[in-house]
Design a protein around this ligand. Structure first.
Ligand SMILES: NC(=O)c1ccc[n+]([C@@H]2O[C@H](COP(=O)([O-])OP(=O)(O)OC[C@H]3O[C@@H](n4cnc5c(N)ncnc54)[C@H](OP(=O)(O)O)[C@@H]3O)[C@@H](O)[C@H]2O)c1
Length: 339
């Protein structure tokens, strides 16, 4: 462990609220000691997830909770290992100076101290811009399918999916195809519906903007939809309850619609809703499953570069524009901060 003091910047908020109003960029000296099992990473890129902004806005917590020492958002980044606690890298395939990506809190700063277990080594062929997009979205996509398929008998032939033009939606389609499932892909805009089969193979892409899309779903699958996955919430969860077979299952992993759902049919038809979140991935998986997910994240970044194009990189001076771009209509790729 060295004793060097490093300077850089961090993004921080001292109260919860509208991200454009509460986030600040501060100059800092990074000289705190590195704890047991921890590694210091010089962050180069960090993606802004829609969920990062929901956490800053206290969508799922008490907005009045005080933050006297501030909270540094961000849950994943790419960078380089600068330093490590004694023994932290022992028994790993990591070394000082290696390029890595990590899934850990407090990512939005020039130097992040994170557990060595949160890191994955990056191959030279995987750019930092792509590396910062692969970890969380791969984990949630694989966890959604893992929870959806667990103990399901008979195994479903198809999977009904919402928001399939989103970054997570595309990864769910990718891993569902690998599982031999046939996705029925819902997307709002006709242009995006037309483009999707060129990005990932499969016939059943249905645009939900007009009337009658539910009939198109029924035309493909009849009453035989036993598994659906949803990142939209609100009215989409209500629609899914109408489309699912009795005793069907929905894995809910997001609420882009920010609206309530009518759950009446969930009890009437004996449907199950399973919540999926990266926040409990550590507790809900075995070490082998977590290793597989990390390997799959790197592998999908290498083999499916088309899923990670169209993104936009912003400097910290452009933080306001970056935040606005995360939920802008017509978003074409992920939003990335450069440190
Ligand atoms: N549970 C977890 O731990 C976890 C982790 C990561 C992400 N997520 C969730 O995964 C979901 C997708 O995230 P992402 O990063 O992939 O999003 P994204 O790439 O920003 O894509 C969002 C896309 O979803 C569609 N969309 C947006 N609002 C919608 C609405 N109200 N109704 C229907 N479609 C809508 C839009 O595509 P079209 O206009 O083309 O339809 C939009 O381009 C979010 O709910 C996010 O919170 C959850």
């Amino acid at each position: 462990m060295d004793t060097q003091s490093r300077t850089g910047q961090r993004i921080i908020h001292y109260r919860y609220g509208d991200p454009n109003a509460v986030l600040k960029v501060e100059d800092v000296t990074f000289d705190q000691p590195i704890g047991t099992g921890e590694v210091l990473v010089r962050v180069t890129r960090s993606m802004i997830h829609p969920g990062d902004l929901q956490l800053i806005a206290a969508r799922y917590s008490d907005p009045a909770e005080p933050l006297p020492n501030g909270r540094i958002p961000g849950l994943e980044a790419a960078g380089v290992i600068e330093d490590a606690a004694s023994g932290a890298l022992e028994g790993t395939d990591l070394a000082l100076g290696m390029r890595v990506a990590f899934f850990a809190s407090g990512a939005w700063q020039s130097y992040a101290t994170v557990p060595a277990s949160s890191l994955v080594a990056l191959p030279d062929e995987l750019s930092d811009d792509v590396s910062t997009q692969v970890i969380i979205n791969t984990i949630i996509a694989r966890q959604v399918l893992r929870l959806g398929l667990r103990d399901m008998s008979p195994r479903p032939l198809r999977i009904l999916q919402s928001a399939t033009n989103s970054a997570v939606g595309k990864l769910i389609t990718n891993f569902a195809l690998q599982e031999g499932l046939e996705p029925i892909r819902l997307v709002r805009k006709p242009d995006n519906a037309a483009a999707l089969p060129g990005i990932l193979p499969g016939d059943h892409v249905i645009c939900t903007e007009g009337e009658g899309w539910q009939d198109e779903v029924r035309k493909v699958a009849g009453d035989d939809i036993t598994l659906a996955v949803d990142g939209v919430g609100g009215p989409m969860l209500t629609e899914f309850s109408r489309l699912l077979a009795t005793k069907g299952r929905v894995v809910s992993y997001g609420s882009l619609a920010e609206a309530p759902s009518d759950m009446a049919l969930y009890s009437f038809k004996g449907l199950t809703v399973i919540g999926a979140t990266i926040l409990t991935w550590q507790d809900d998986t075995t070490p082998e499953e977590r290793d597989e997910d990390m390997r799959a994240a790197v592998e999908v970044g290498l083999s499916q570069k088309g899923l990670f194009g169209g993104g936009h990189v912003f400097t910290l001076k452009e933080l306001d524009q970056a935040i606005t771009a995360v939920t802008a209509p017509g978003k074409t790729g992920n939003i990335i901060l450069t440190f």
